[in-house]
Design a protein around this ligand. Structure first.
Ligand SMILES: [Zn+2]
Length: 444
């Protein structure tokens, strides 16, 4: 395939192998499929080429590539990307001090202007077309990060990290930090939340309970509620962190209760990790419709723990996948699927499994439609179905063949190779609303 012939903007039609989860459940696999994208970047057809022979004849033929819905990353830290893969063997709080806070402290407007465009390209290269992301603590840095997302074309939900208990921004008077961080977040919401017909959105982002007072947690949740922005933070990642939260918030009955008392729980809240939940905490998250970003590669990298995914799914929790770069070493959501599957197997082997099986197609669903559902965007994205926006990736399966020429006709086998033999260059193209993103195939 000549990459320069790939469409840069809608309208267009692609003929390819097609595989997607479906809103109604199950999935659709068309060995000879057709995607038709209208001028507004919406899918008007996603199905068998034989049903639309005239359009199939003139469509750009990508076969044997496969088109999939773009991946959804529910948790990543954009300023941390340069340190991805560093600091193995440290606990969470030590790792933050040594590898993360210095990087975030230096992520000012100039650094964001330089790095954010490259970071968005890296997300797209991994196949991620929607990302829920933490920025740095500086308003101007977030402006630059949003500007880069606007120009790049990725679907991005970004938030300025808020901290008023411990912070790396020495320029702010501690007495004014709460008012200032709330005002800056409100300014950013004014300018960016809902921009480009909702492609860019804002997430109010208190870092986590350890670095935030109950005032900041409460006020940030109120800001998210009053503006319709998302609210994201970390929950129950590491045993040391949980003990520290219990010490700092003696009035709360447990970690979830800290956020509950702040008014943070609900369908617009995405909490990362949630590794060590009690039955009460799990039930409360389900009851409030709160979303969880499962970040298995990060949880094993930092030895935080293994999230009991099967128990959570059986309880009815809405779960999507997160890379959690840089605690997760890899931006690829296929890597999150693979490590999540290994972690789930390890729990089972150790006697903690519940027998709940997940096939490769179930993991693909969690990394696409599951993430879209967690964000309340399943009516727009997450699957390749007529009426949705054309957030699409094209993958060349030859990159994951164990021996050249080995192919997989069965869709479960195909996704199994993509998950268990992920190659950094296998995503050859990515589109959001039919607009092609820079990043994939940049290395040849
Ligand atoms: Zn994180």
């Amino acid at each position: 395939m000549d990459l320069t012939s790939l469409p840069a903007a809608p309208p267009f039609a692609l003929r390819a192998r097609l595989l997607t989860p479906l809103d109604a459940g199950g999935s659709r696999h068309e060995p000879d499929g057709l995607l038709v994208v209208d001028a507004a970047g919406r899918l008007t057809f996603a199905g068998a080429a034989a049903e639309r022979p005239a359009e199939a004849d003139t469509a750009l033929d990508l076969r044997p590539w496969v088109v999939l819905p773009g991946l959804v990353d529910l948790h990543a830290h954009l300023p941390q990307l340069p340190n991805a893969g560093l600091g193995a063997g440290l606990d969470l709080l030590t790792w933050l001090e040594r590898y993360i806070f210095p990087l975030e402290r230096g992520f000012d407007e100039a650094e964001a202007t330089r790095l954010a465009p490259l970071a968005w390209q890296a997300f797209a290269a991994a196949g991620t077309t929607t990302a829920l992301v933490y920025g740095a603590v500086y308003e101007a840095s977030l402006e630059a990060t949003f500007r880069a997302a606007e120009a790049h074309g990725i679907r991005a939900i970004v938030g300025k990290v808020m901290m008023d208990r411990i912070t790396y921004d020495a320029t702010i008077d501690p007495a004014t930090i709460l008012d200032r961080t709330l005002r800056e977040a409100a300014d950013l919401i004014d300018r960016w939340h809902g921009r480009d017909d909702g492609r860019l959105q804002y997430a109010v982002t208190p870092r986590f309970a350890v670095s935030c007072t109950s005032d900041l947690l409460r006020e940030s949740a109120a800001l998210a509620r009053s503006t319709g922005a998302y609210w994201q933070t970390h929950l129950s990642e590491d045993r040391g962190e949980i003990e520290e939260v219990a010490r700092l918030f003696p009035e709360a009955s447990d970690y979830v209760d800290v956020y509950d008392r702040a008014g943070g729980l609900g369908e617009r809240a995405v909490l990362a990790h949630a590794v060590h939940l009690s039955d009460r905490e799990l039930a409360r998250l389900v009851e409030t419709g709160t979303r969880v970003a499962h970040c298995p590669a990060s949880n094993l990298f930092l030895a935080s723990g293994v999230m009991p995914l099967a128990r959570y799914l059986e309880a009815g929790l809405t779960v999507g996948l997160g890379s959690d770069v840089a605690a997760g070493p890899d931006l690829s959501i296929f890597t999150a699927m693979r490590v999540g599957a290994y972690a789930k197997n390890a729990l089972g082997v150790a006697g903690y499994g519940t027998g709940h099986m997940m096939t490769p197609l179930d993991w693909l669903r969690m990394g696409t439609l599951g993430g879209a559902t967690a964000l309340g965007l399943a009516d727009r994205i997450g699957s390749l179905e007529a009426g949705k926006e054309a957030d699409v990736i094209a993958v060349d399966p030859s990159f994951v063949a164990p021996i050249p020429g080995v192919t997989d006709d069965d869709p479960v086998d195909l996704v199994s190779r993509l998950v268990y033999r992920t190659h950094p260059d296998m995503v050859r193209a990515a589109w959001v609303r039919g607009r092609r993103l820079e990043g994939p195939a940049a290395r040849g």
